[in-house]
Ligand binder design. Structure first.
Ligand code: ZN
Length: 666
């Protein structure tokens, strides 16, 4: 095919090209999906067509390996939250007990670096004095409880989680202590760099203990003993890889069995103090608890006291004076740390103010409408699937029927009344927020799982899907361009958030989702025949991606990206069908020379089309289950006759796979 011919088809596809030529950057009324590269034929390289001008104007920042509209949207979101908190903090006369007062005082206390310097270690004095006063094993146990209440996980931890065997139940999960270094290997590995990391860690322990008042020699001695205790605990811990296997951390037991497992821990006292029911629970790592039990018997109280002291100081150090701050907290801008602190402690207060300003109820209703439309299309699609056995189809439909999309903000906000914060006491505010959240989590143990208790605040720029709860959470902070905007047309919104949500919906019923049943239990509900049929159709997608190169000789591994590539293909197709249906009775206008159908695909291309440095692409090819962004744009669209029609692409164009090679799974 000649270049001339492609140019010709391009002009045919855009009768308003001449008119549009003067608007290379889209006005807001036009929507984001009109900012395209008119010099590129969409039938040849749709990724360049959809993303060229934006990439030219927004190069990858020096410190980043990839960049795109979603990364930029994240920055905008962080700026919005910062403006909001700064605005609130400029007034100190908000009514007592209001969330405005809470956020204002907390943010002001966090930004008050001079005040934090002046206070030094005094905010921690009461907890440190309690630790100093430990004289008996019973004192030690009480202090462990006290530190757990401010989220310092010494010895072990107890967190409320939903029960893997029955996700509708919320149970206590007994987990290992947080260790000072991030992985087991750093404690026990023999490679030179691990040995060095260990020595650096021990030096930091000694330095911080000395800063907190221990004489140098004693601090050094304590650091050796602390490293010894943590190393023995780390030695019996699961490696990161091992603990990723759900079966490895699945140990349901009764309260009596827990007492038998580690009789050295005063479980009765702990559960009474924390207000926890002595009900069925899970222990993630029984071997860890056995070792802890042994350490409680044989490790001297003086070592335990030093360990508690260190863990408290380490956990509080980002919120203390500069001499204590180390690591990432040192290099992250103060304001960013303060908004992160506000969101992690008082997420529903930040979320509520964010939503007031940036996410009206109409936006929530619109996204809910889009999700309903996607579900309707996907259900019809599944109902008509020939390769899936009828009884399996019924189960897939059941999962889609029970799907819970949480949009924008939760139905009920947490009530922070009673949380005391002050304008001049940053650590005390952090401790108050931690107490509230630990208490909130404990309060739910032994009750039915609360679906509206999100893992992210409404202001978050991220979203997540929980396959066990059959739930997707789309916070307001995530629902912004290029994914969604209330004042954009359906073309943009279905091509953006629509395709993204539909992709995730298929994960609940695909090969991965087939391992978890309707009730969220780890039970397979596909037959072997279903699996074989799915694999047979997937082979087409796998072969397609084997043919996608990032440089000569280097192409995708089809099997690695298969599941995500199938999700992309299904996602954009389902979203397109739902979009077409949304237009029935409301035909949408051509804008800047792009038909609504074209803008749908452009929005999809812009959502997925990050620029990635070649070095990072090479890495992705080895380990990332997602194809590189360019092929996440090109790959699915090249399979769709709907795309070919929208852009009037001729047969044989690069963006058009021949009919016999077109892949379709869902
Ligand atoms: Zn996915």
């Amino acid at each position: 095919m000649t270049t001339e011919f492609r140019r010709f088809s391009w002009v045919l596809a855009f009768p308003l090209l001449a008119l549009a030529a003067c608007t290379s950057s889209a006005s807001s009324a036009d929507g984001w999906a009109t900012n395209v590269d008119r010099k590129v034929d969409p039938c040849t390289d749709f990724d360049a067509f959809a993303n060229g001008p934006w990439r030219a104007a927004n190069p990858i920042p020096a410190q980043a390996s990839r960049w795109g509209r979603r990364a930029a949207a994240r920055e905008t979101n962080r700026r919005q939250v910062q403006e909001l908190l700064e605005g609130l903090s400029h007034r100190n006369d908000w009514p007592h007990g209001s969330i405005e007062r809470l956020l204002s005082d907390h943010y002001a206390s966090c930004m008050d670096e001079a005040g934090i310097e002046r206070l030094g270690l005094t905010p921690l004095a009461p907890l440190l004095a309690d630790i100093d006063a430990i004289r008996s094993p019973a004192d030690l146990q009480r202090n462990i409880q006290r530190l757990h209440a401010v989220a310092v996980r010494v010895g072990f931890g107890i967190v409320g989680v939903f029960d893997n065997h029955d996700p509708e139940r919320f149970i206590a999960n007994v987990v290992p202590a947080d260790l000072g270094m991030s992985s087991r290997d750093e404690y026990v590995g023999t490679e030179p760099q691990l040995v060095q990391a260990r020595e650096r860690y021990r030096t930091r322990v000694a330095r911080v203990l000395a800063l907190a008042g221990s004489p140098d020699a004693a601090a050094r001695e304590s650091s050796v003993a602390i490293l010894g205790l943590e190393t023995r605990l780390a030695g019996v811990s699961l490696t990161a890889t091992a603990s990723a296997d759900p079966a490895a951390t699945d140990h349901p037991m009764t309260f009596a069995q827990l007492e038998q497992l580690a009789p050295g821990v005063d479980w009765q006292g702990y559960f009474a103090e924390a207000g926890l029911p002595r009900a069925d629970l899970n222990v993630e790592q029984p071997n860890f608890l056995k070792q802890l039990d042994a350490e409680l018997r044989k490790t001297p109280l003086s070592v335990w006291k030093a360990y508690l002291r260190w863990r408290l100081l380490d956990s509080a150090s980002p919120f203390l004076s500069k001499s204590f701050v180390e690591g990432t907290a040192e290099t992250t801008p103060r304001a960013l740390r303060c908004i992160e602190s506000a969101e992690s402690l008082f997420g529903d207060a930040v979320g509520r103010k964010y939503v007031e300003r940036h996410f009206p109820p109409a936006a929530k209703a619109k996204v809910q409408e889009i999700v309903r439309a996607l579900l309707a299309v996907l259900k019809e699609d599944v109902a008509g699937l020939e390769w899936m056995r009828p009884e399996t189809r019924k189960k897939a439909l059941g999962k889609l029927e029970g799907f819970d999309a949480e949009v924008g903000y939760p139905e009920r906000w947490k009530d922070y009344a009673g949380v005391e914060v002050r304008r001049d006491a940053f650590w005390a505010n952090v401790a108050a927020g931690r107490r509230f959240n630990v208490g909130d989590n404990r309060r739910r143990i032994g009750k039915p799982t609360e679906r509206e208790a999100w893992q992210l605040p409404a202001s978050s720029p991220d979203a997540y899907i929980d396959l066990q709860l059959n739930q997707m959470v789309l916070p307001a902070g995530f629902l912004r361009p290029p994914a969604f905007a209330l004042d954009q047309s359906d073309a943009e919104n279905y091509g953006g958030i629509g395709a993204s949500v539909a992709h995730d919906l298929t994960h609940g019923i695909d090969a991965g989702g087939s391992e978890i049943d309707l009730l969220g239990r780890p039970r397979r509900w596909w037959t072997d025949t279903d699996r074989q049929e799915f694999q047979a159709r997937g082979r087409c997608v796998s072969e397609q991606f084997e043919g996608y190169f990032i440089e000569p000789g280097l192409h995708h591994r089809g099997t690695l990206v298969l599941s995500e590539a199938i999700g992309d293909l299904a996602g954009v197709r389902v979203a397109y069908l739902a979009f077409r249906r949304s237009m029935e009775g409301h035909p949408a206008p051509v804008r800047s020379g792009l038909t609504p159908e074209q803008r749908f695909f452009v929005a999809y291309g812009q959502l997925r089309g990050d620029a990635v440095r070649l070095e990072a692409q090479r890495q992705m090819l080895m380990t990332d289950p997602h194809p590189v962004p360019k092929y996440r744009v090109i790959g699915p669209l090249a399979n769709l006759p709907e795309f070919q029609r929208a852009f009037s692409c001729p047969a044989g164009a690069e963006m058009v796979r021949p009919p016999e090679k077109r892949c379709a799974v869902w």
